[in-house]
Design a protein around this ligand. Structure first.
Ligand code: TNX
Length: 493
């Protein structure tokens, strides 16, 4: 009955069901813009498949069966993201302390309905009540384990247009992911227009792995993505990768190179050969301008400065560089995130280190910084599922659906206690990925598992997860997701 992903904190099933019908309304209490926005989002998910009007009304004004959304200011045991959902035969009530909780409750509600709820048009020949749109009765209370449940998308190695990123946001939101980290620059491409350094996008944006056409987001595109994500309670975390992974910038601006000569564009997939000029004052003006513009466009708290694989930068230079960049990020009012290599530098406790493949995150945590877990052998979803996977890399091994799911954050890094873990983030690098279909194939069905690692309480179990995931096959199908029918999962109905 309840094949939910991520698994909620507690579920108490009860007999019966509440069926959505042409008479159902969605009520809001209080009828504020934030609550109404969640109601509109819910209605937009349910109307296409049901064909029902699902009018949105203030709770006081409504009569008849309803999906009731209520903000309960006293219910702060549910925190900033938790929710409680009670379904009885005469109605359903979703309550939360904050709008994000309502939004996550709505994702649960979607999954309680039959998979056909994700169809784009109504089904012919709907049967008698209580079908075909029953919500099983019961009570669910739910709160996330971690505050940071992220997905990183590499739009630098290959560029993905705004519509593709919107689709990724929609799919991630369905699994209660709340951060989208955009890897906006790398050796092969610069993907965000910076008004004070226009050649970054105009020149640095024209390349991609394999020599394709590239592309970039205008500031208006980026702002629209930020707003689209925010409406789904997802914070965009922009990354400008520094001081390595900078060939696209070094190709666009000769003066950024110590020798004043432009670097040739790069369309291969090697890493670790480029570096900004650490002793060049212009480097820091450049960074201040870029981070300043990006910070102004980004309402979220975080700015990611990369910092990984700076193999062409001497260690002492790297440390000096990161400490200077940290001051720039702080001056623009943002919290610095970096790949775990930043743990080699002196960090403020507000810094966030993203673990991927080394012990540097432990050094960051020892300085009081927070840690995001992206262990490559678990959540680098650009790794092949197995030897037969047509897309993806394999340097961190093959990542089965089980491998992405069946690991425990608290014991992942020796010396990093759970209190210092901000959460988990799946990463999708795009050296081998060129289309939305490719992205979906690598994310699904592994991303829901990583989402559950981030949301659900410790003590998860692969066998029960595997059964729940199998039940999501038709749901992903109805959503039109190009997912990998991994043999580990019994997809037969
Ligand atoms: C390592 S992870 C990288 C990326 C590559 C990725 C491919 C990290 C911080 N750096 O530059 O795209 O592997 O899997």
């Amino acid at each position: 009955m309840h094949a939910l992903i991520p698994q909620p904190h507690s579920i108490e099933p009860a007999p019966g069901a509440f069926a959505l019908t042409a008479d159902t309304s969605i009520t809001v209490s209080p009828a504020t813009p934030a609550v109404t926005a969640v109601a509109e989002y819910l209605a937009a998910r349910l109307r296409p498949a049901t064909g029902f009007a699902l009018p949105i009304q203030p709770a006081e004004a409504a009569a008849g069966p309803a999906l009731a959304l209520a903000l309960d200011p006293a219910g702060d045991v549910l925190g900033a993201e938790g929710y409680a959902l009670t379904v009885a035969p005469d109605g359903a009530r979703l309550s939360a302390h904050a709008p994000a909780g309502l939004f996550y409750g709505v994702q649960t509600l979607r999954q309680l309905l039959p998979p056909a709820i994700e169809n784009a048009t109504p089904l012919p020949g709907q049967g008698p009540l209580p079908g075909p749109w029953p919500l099983p009765a019961g009570r669910i209370r739910d709160v996330p384990r971690f505050a940071w449940r992220g997905l990183m998308l590499d739009v630098a190695r290959h560029f993905f247009p705004v519509a593709d990123v919107r689709r990724v946001i929609d799919l991630a939101a369905a699994y209660k992911i709340n951060r989208l980290h955009l890897h906006l620059s790398d050796d092969q491409g610069w993907r965000i227009d910076i008004a004070s350094w226009p050649e970054l996008a105009r020149v640095g944006g024209q390349t991609a792995v394999g020599g394709g056409p590239g592309g970039y987001y205008t500031q208006a595109d980026y702002a629209a993505l930020v707003a689209y994500a925010a409406a789904r309670h997802i914070t965009i975390v922009p990354e400008i990768d520094l001081p390595g992974h900078t060939n696209a910038a070094l190709a666009a601006y000769p003066q950024l190179n110590a020798d004043g000569r432009p670097r040739p564009p790069y369309t291969g997939i090697e890493v670790g050969f480029s570096s900004l000029a650490i002793d060049n004052e212009l480097t820091y003006r450049f960074i201040d301008d870029v981070i300043g513009e990006l910070a102004a466009l980004t309402p979220g708290d975080y700015l990611h400065i990369g910092g990984d694989e700076a193999l062409a930068t001497a260690k002492e230079d790297y440390i000096r560089f990161i400490e200077r960049v940290a001051a720039i990020v702080r001056a623009h009012g943002k919290r610095m995130v970096g790949w775990e290599e930043i743990g080699q530098a002196r960090l403020e406790p507000s810094a966030i280190a993203q673990h991927w493949a080394s012990g540097h995150a432990t050094a960051a945590a020892a300085q009081g910084a927070s840690v995001i877990l992206s262990p490559a052998p678990r959540v680098y979803l650009d790794m092949k599922y197995d030897a037969a996977t047509p897309l993806g890399l394999a340097w961190a091994g093959h990542i089965s659906v089980r491998a992405a799911y069946d690991w425990e954050p608290a014991t992942q890094l020796a010396g990093v206690a759970e209190a210092q873990l901000l959460g988990v983030e799946a990463a999708l690098w795009s050296e081998t990925l060129t289309t939305l279909a490719d992205i979906e194939f690598m994310l699904f069905p592994r991303l829901p598992g990583v989402a559950e690692v981030g949301w659900s309480a410790a003590g998860r179990d692969w066998e029960t997860y595997r059964a729940r995931l199998a039940a999501h096959g038709p749901r992903l199908g109805a959503m039109g997701v190009n997912f990998y029918r991994a043999a580990e999962i019994d997809w037969s109905p």
